[in-house]
Design a protein around this ligand. Structure first.
Ligand code: AMP
Ligand code: MG
Length: 351
């Protein structure tokens, strides 16, 4: 109970204002005599990408920056959502070829890079398999093993032809479809950081359904305190990260799943098997300057499991850090972030 109260305090502090989960709730507080050197705070909530999102900014242009950020979230949602038949990605999945927008092209390029970098753990071509499990429509079922094997032949990212000059994309195989759900939120939060730059914002924070990106420090100069959510209870947390100018992005099977015959089937698919990843991890939190990378890697390291994830980090420790929680409640924190991590539980620092 005590922990829950603390959590609320931290979240309130992190958001700079109590977050209110209503659709399009807007509470901008502007100083009435706003001059160039008077700072103000603005915050807005929006429901997009299947989740509640909050954008907060401090600075003389805070209201305009937050307005732009909310518009950007809606624009990217409409562009990237596989569930919206008019989106660029849904259209690509129907037509099997397209000339992508700048954002779509950038994301496909990053996704291909992530596929190579993670040895196939991050796989945007997994969408036919996701559909067979019923995740996009929420019409869940456990597929036949043979069907999954067949669909996995469509999940090879090297069968995506993409030309980064022209942004032309096409699929080698007929049934192929892609899904940018594993990186869309991280990209969106990094786009908001660019908007904050354009508006010369002093300090800011976005929370896209538990995926956080912080802009500079809090206005008092101290770091943002970002809670790492407990997989068991979304009002509880397992630790707190003190960060500035970082994305903090968590993936876990607990975020989306269904239950059949007493078994849990979650939404992060191991591209090696076609089944929900069963790598012994409950959650993966990635801390990085790069929101897109953080999002892609939170999904990827969840697929890899603790040992592979630790090896992967050692090869890329200048790009990100992690907090891992295993199925048997062991916690691992990579060295680069360990000094900025506090937890009531024991954890091992990976070096
Ligand atoms: P996240 O919540 O960032 O871990 O992303 C999970 C989402 O990414 C899922 O809901 C799917 O849309 C998609 N996805 C599932 N498995 C994978 C995978 N192995 N690689 C890339 N995207 C995936
Ligand atoms: Mg992700």
């Amino acid at each position: 109970m005590k922990r829950k109260i603390l959590y609320a305090l931290i979240l309130a502090a992190a958001l700079g204002t109590a977050a209110c989960a209503t659709d399009e709730h807007s509470s901008a507080t502007e100083n009435s005599q706003n001059t160039d050197n008077v700072s103000s705070e603005a915050t807005q909530d929006v429901f997009a990408m299947d989740t509640y999102m909050t954008v907060t900014a401090y600075g003389k242009n805070a209201t305009a920056a937050v307005d732009d950020a909310i518009a950007e979230i809606k624009r990217l949602d409409a562009l990237l959502s596989t569930g919206d038949e008019n989106s660029e990605i849904a259209q690509l999945n129907v037509n099997k070829s397209a000339v992508l927008s700048e954002d779509g092209g950038y994301l496909v390029e990053r996704a291909i890079e992530l596929y190579d970098m993670t040895d196939g753990a991050f796989d945007i071509a997994i969408y036919p398999v996701m559909q067979e499990w019923g995740f996009p429509t929420k019409d869940f079922k456990v597929p036949e093993d043979a069907t999954l094997k067949e669909l996995l032949t469509l999940a090879d990212v090297s069968d995506i032809n993409y030309d980064s000059q022209t942004r032309e994309i096409s699929f080698v195989k007929d049934g192929m479809e892609i899904d940018l759900g594993g990186i869309a939120k991280g990209y969106t939060s990094s786009r908001i950081m660019q908007i904050f730059d354009e508006y010369d914002i002093e300090s800011g924070l976005v929370n896209l359904g538990g995926n956080v990106q912080t802009y500079h420090t809090k206005t008092d100069g101290t770091k943002w305190r970002v809670a790492v959510q407990s997989p068991e209870d979304d009002s509880d947390y397992i630790g707190v990260l003190d960060v500035s100018d970082k994305a903090v992005i968590t993936s876990g099977g607990y975020e989306r799943y269904f239950e059949q015959d007493g078994k849990i089937y979650h939404h992060i698919i191991d591209p090696a098997t076609g089944y929900p990843a069963d790598s012994g991890l409950k959650s993966v939190t990635i801390i990085s300057d790069d929101g897109t990378l953080a999002d892609g890697l939170s999904t990827s390291l969840f697929v890899m499991g603790k040992d592979k994830a630790a090896e992967f980090w050692k090869a890329h420790s200048d790009e990100f850090d992690f907090v891992l929680l295993t199925d048997d409640d062991k916690m691992y924190v990579s060295e680069g972030i360990a000094d900025d991590y506090t937890s009531d539980y024991n954890y091992e620092v990976i070096q």
